[in-house]
Design a protein around this ligand. Structure first.
Ligand code: HEM
Length: 401
């Protein structure tokens, strides 16, 4: 099947006139010795998609079966739920194989990760939301894919669906029968497979893309680094106490998440050191602005500003600059607000020190920072738990218009 995918890439790549076909110009050189498979090989994950899922979803789309699947999926929520009635037989067979944790999943570590997520929750809301969320707009392929896919035109509901994923991942019972994360991951994996079939049919996407088929294993790894690896590094740089066990558990949760999204074990980093190395190699050099990403960032800031967090939009821009760098802020053309920046530079580290028990002095600006982080948390939680709960649905088209 890999050969088939490669052939498809070459054909599409030629049709699109892509010089480098599917991969960035440098060849992949991260050895899988640092992966959980521990095999010392170098396979290019930018040329690996999801052979188990892609042909199946393509046929469901071609046969007009996806809207029926989305309807049947409405009642499929808990990991322990039986597969819903009314699914096509080939989808049932597929889900019976993939709707489970990998053999190497460690429930003790997953339980420790849940505890860690709880203890870190306020920081996680801030970092996943204003850090990773905005970083996704300077990952060119991701920005373009999101912009030209169906959900790109309705970012509020798309953001809510992404919150659903984050909420389900961070829930105390995420990987238990009462949790939702395994089901949510499977829906996401199917969604990605649909995007792989649909986006190559989008003329505006074709006009800007540097890859013939979107969302390769390499692309998913990059997004993981913008989430897990980035957050882990930020927490460490803020001086937040994390035991070796907690750090390992947090990584393990992401390793399982990557597996459930169809990433091969020989690409999944085994340690944070290996993850960091892969991230420096695969994510950092690829960050860049695009018109699509600038547009999406603007929309995301607009959505965040709709909630009263007790801070101005200028503050939000500066906070994103603070956690991501001014370089990224400049790429996204975020207007400067130097007064807010001066406040953040002093008040945020003091807030963290106080919360972590590293300083007994209640800092100036504590209540303002507290309202801000709690407001962000509510924004996230409301989308995850209230009647606003937005289930993930498989798209059947691209961005209209
Ligand atoms: C859809 C998560 C990687 C592009 C989704 C959804 C989730 C999700 C939860 C369903 C919600 C929705 O429809 O918006 C993730 C996670 C990733 C990842 C956790 C990696 C750890 C990527 C990458 C790309 C991508 C690498 C592109 C380069 C998309 C697109 C959609 C989507 C285009 C469909 C949007 C639509 O048309 O509705 N992803 N994703 N994702 N994802 Fe990902």
């Amino acid at each position: 099947m890999e050969n088939l995918s490669r052939r498809r890439v070459l054909t599409l790549g030629t049709a699109l006139g892509l010089a480098g076909v599917a991969a960035p110009s440098t060849a992949w050189a991260w050895s899988s010795a640092g992966s959980i498979a521990r095999t010392d090989t170098v396979t290019d994950p930018w040329l690996v998609w999801d052979d188990a899922t892609d042909p199946l979803v393509a046929s469901l789309l071609e046969n007009g079966q996806i809207s029926g699947v989305n309807t049947a999926f409405e009642s499929w929520v808990d990991n322990g739920d039986a597969l819903p009635a009314g699914l096509p037989a080939n989808l049932v067979t597929y889900l019976q194989q993939v709707n489970r944790l990998p053999s190497w999943a460690d429930q003790t570590k997953l339980a420790a990760a849940a505890q860690f997520n709880k203890r870190m929750s306020l920081y996680l809301f801030v970092l996943y939301g204003l850090g990773s969320g905005i970083m996704s707009t300077v990952i060119p392929r991701e920005a373009r894919n999101v912009y030209y896919s169906e959900g790109g035109a309705v970012m509020k509901s798309r953001a809510a669906k992404t919150f659903t994923y984050g909420y389900d991942l961070s829930a105390p019972d995420a990987f238990q029968p009462t949790g939702h994360f395994v089901v949510t991951s499977n829906k996401t994996r199917l969604t990605h497979a649909a995007v792989r079939h649909l986006l190559p049919q989008s003329a505006p996407w074709q006009a800007v893309t540097d890859n013939a088929i979107p969302i390769s294993n390499g692309d998913i790894l990059i997004t993981f680094h913008s989430l897990g690896t980035y957050v882990h590094g930020k927490l460490a740089s803020w001086g937040i106490r994390m035991s070796a066990r907690e750090q390992d558990a947090f990584l393990h949760q992401w390793q399982v998440a990557l597996h459930l999204l169809g990433v091969r074990d020989d690409f999944i980093p085994a340690t944070w050191a290996a993850a960091k190395q892969q991230s420096q190699y695969a994510l950092t050099p690829l960050l860049a602005p695009t018109p699509e990403g600038i547009n999406l960032a603007n929309i995301l800031f607009g959505l965040t500003s709709e909630i009263d967090l007790g801070v101005t939009r200028g503050f939000l821009h500066e906070f994103a600059r603070y956690v991501l760098s001014d370089r990224i802020g400049d790429w996204l053309r975020l207007p400067r607000d130097l007064v807010s920046r001066a406040l953040i530079e002093i008040a945020w580290p003091a807030y963290v020190r106080f919360r972590e028990g590293l300083s007994p002095i209640l800092p100036d600006g504590f209540s303002m920072m507290d309202r801000f982080v709690r407001g962000l948390a509510m924004l996230f939680l409301n989308n995850g738990t209230s009647p606003d709960y937005t289930p993930i649905t498989i798209p059947t088209g691209n961005r209209p218009g």
